[in-house]
Design a protein around this ligand. Structure first.
Ligand SMILES: [Fe+2]
Ligand SMILES: [Fe+2]
Length: 482
């Protein structure tokens, strides 16, 4: 068996030679029942017996790594899959740049590396917990299947991080692996580690915004970790990125379909003013200004995940060669950043302005800038749909200072254009920018399940193409055959 062939015979499918690694195999088998217990408690509520048309990774080569079939989610084959090794890979950045990539944890960086793995690992089960109620209000079987696909893959990403902990971090790693199953999204006593992963995902528009904006943060973090000089982490993240792409696809096309349905309904009803909200809501669709508010909320919560603009932790992780920049390998500079600067947007003397900071300290800011640019691409596609209907409305990413809880702007109240508001003014205008209780109630009123094959809820258009090229009336989830 070649190193990259996937072993499907054991309890845990893998391409890491688990069969020959008795210590790690036992540790993972010991962890497995706890994981299944967590999945049954915190995974998709009400559908654990349904047959879901899911893709499972059966190989890691670029072509055909996914196999589609009906699976009950608790029986999904969560595997440990690393992208193929790159021959003679070198550490691509930091003070060890040019040395052979590490195949074992470098002792001096052990704690820092473990922390990076744990933080990434903690986000994976968190989103499953946040989304566990959504199956019950799915707008179609197609969407329900996509939700569950995202959920099982986040479960696999947890496995990926737990493998690294069990294999490379000894007793500490085992403790961290247990703790990943114990924290709970939104729990006041044992919350998940990062803010956005403790928020609620109360409805399907939130789910699409989350997969568009927050899974994209996941992409940026994975891209940065895929550059790591610690080769097992790099290879793990490279393979996770192939799955992550689908999550963002679900978000981008989900919002596109909501926007499209709204525009269609407005056109049929002869409404051209996107702010005739009451009339538009009578059509059973979500008005564009409310979609904008949801985007404002999820974008701003996600920006907080990038941490402080100026960060010693980020500088240390880069210097050590553990976490790089977005697509480090495509950047043209010395990859060490001991000199040089980067413009950081700051709140100084009551105004928002750029201030040059040492490039090494500004890595979070830089990754966030790359993220914002990446976000804009899908937003442009949403706007293209609106423009095709001739409706005078454009969805905009809010200013990065808007509604922040971490970093430079957490001390201010900026509006979506970056204008600083007095506290009273912010309170007064808050629901101009963020969903109000009435907006939330309206969206909730639309969340009626549509579980007939080929049918879609009133507020969302069907997709252009089916998953795995299936036809429009394909039964993506067999709920009752179970
Ligand atoms: Fe993930
Ligand atoms: Fe994801």
């Amino acid at each position: 068996m070649s190193m990259m062939a996937v072993d499907y015979d054991g309890l845990i499918p893998n391409n890491v030679g688990l069969g020959q690694d008795v210590r790690v195999k036992r540790a993972l088998e010991k962890w497995h029942p706890g994981y299944i217990g967590w999945w049954m408690d915190m995974g998709p509520e009400g559908f654990q017996n349904a047959l879901v048309y899911l893709r499972t990774a059966i190989g890691v080569d670029p072509k055909g790594w996914a196999k589609f079939d009906y699976v009950r989610m608790p029986e999904y084959r969560w595997g440990i899959l690393l992208a193929p090794p790159r021959e003679e890979r070198k550490i691509p950045f930091g003070t060890h740049k040019g040395e052979a990539a590490w195949q074992e944890v470098p002792g001096e960086y052990r704690a820092m590396l473990r922390r990076l793995v744990v933080i990434q690992g903690d986000t994976e089960p968190a989103s499953v917990e946040q989304q566990r109620h959504l199956g019950k209000t799915a707008p179609s079987l197609y969407d329900m299947r996509n939700l569950f696909q995202v959920n099982v893959e986040e479960g696999r990403h947890l496995w990926a991080m737990v493998y690294l902990l069990q294999k490379y971090f000894g007793a500490d790693g085992r403790d961290e692996a247990e703790a990943l199953l114990e924290r709970r999204s939104g729990d006041p006593d044992t919350p998940r580690m990062l803010g956005a992963f403790n928020e609620k995902t109360p409805d399907w528009l939130s789910f699409f915004m989350f997969t568009y904006f927050t899974d994209r943060d996941g992409k940026m973090q994975l891209e940065a970790l895929a550059q790591s000089g610690f080769d097992p982490l790099s290879r793990t993240c490279r393979f996770m990125l192939t799955e992550e792409a689908h999550h963002m696809f679900v978000g981008e096309t989900g919002v596109t379909r909501v926007v499209q349905r709204t525009c269609e309904a407005m056109k049929e009803a002869g409404i051209t003013d996107p702010y005739e909200i009451d009339k538009i809501r009578k059509l059973g669709v979500i008005d564009l200004p409310t979609i904008q508010k949801k985007a404002n909320l999820h974008f701003s919560l996600t920006l907080d995940l990038f941490g402080n603009e100026i960060s010693t932790n980020a500088a240390n992780a880069f210097h050590a060669g553990l976490k790089g920049r977005y697509r480090e390998d495509r950047l043209k500079d010395d990859h060490q950043l001991e000199s040089g600067s980067y413009p950081v947007l700051r709140f100084m003397d009551g105004v928002i302005k750029n201030d040059d900071a040492p490039a090494l300290s500004a890595l979070n800011m830089r990754l966030r800038d790359d993220y914002v640019a990446d976000c804009q691409v899908g937003v442009d596609r949403w706007n293209k749909v609106i423009a095709e209907f001739g409706i005078p409305f454009e969805i905009k990413l809010p200013h990065v200072a808007f509604h922040r809880h971490i970093g430079e702007f957490s001390r201010t109240n900026a509006d979506v254009n970056g204008k600083i508001l007095a506290p009273a003014e912010w309170t007064h205008k808050r629901t101009d920018f963020l969903p109000s209780e009435a907006d939330k109630d309206y969206i909730e009123s639309l969340m009626k399940p549509q579980m007939e094959k080929g049918k879609f809820a009133s507020w969302i258009a069907p997709p252009k193409v089916g998953i795995d090229n299936k036809s429009g009336d394909f039964e993506y989830v067999k709920i009752h055959d179970a």
